[in-house]
Design a protein around this ligand. Sequence first.
Ligand code: TIU
Length: 221
Amino acid sequence: MIAIEAEPYPFEFDPAHTALLIIDMQRDFLEPGGFGAMLGNDVSQLRRTIEPNQRLLAAWRDAGLMVMHTREGHRPDLADLPPAKKIRGRSATCIGDAGPMGRILVRGEPGHDIIPELYPAPGEPVIDKPGKGAFFATDLHAILQNGGITRLVVTGVTTEVCVNTTVREANDRGYDCFVPSDCVGSYFPEFQEMGLKMIKAQGGIFGWVGRSEDVIAALKQ
Ligand code: TIU
């Protein structure tokens, strides 16, 4: 077991039973000219997470540990898109419509794919999820269980939406989750702060919050 500095208290993990789970680092959320930017969001708030994630991913791969990636999106026929999700927001452009990088949040479209800086390596499972949480309607739990994984390092975007939902789902399924604050991002600074506080409050009600450099240093020891 390795222990690293974290809030509310040190996070202990056995690397062989810990997976790095990178949430939704997709072009439509992160790239200027993507769906997120089209909605008026400040993508620089998310893009600051790219370099820390690259460093953590490299260290994780070098150590030969399990890496998984997720993408939020839907079937091209939209049969898995709940009508409520499609019309929410009353936006003129919604999921499935033509966007700046193909059909918005549709599998197989350029905007739906993961940014090149963090592209999955061959053999790293990619979980296509129709919801905000990575466990809903996916085989993530089965893959983690079959791999003997009991702890997760969860990174990606956005802190208060897909990262928080996934950490909560993981917590209810018995996983211990560590969230490196520099590797998760929100379009809204106040949600970044509160999204992390919600995880670590009340004695770590959903998990631990720390820094990626401490994980990397621990792996190199
Ligand atoms: N991945 C993820 O967080 N999906 C979102 O829709 N996030 C928003 O913050 N909207």
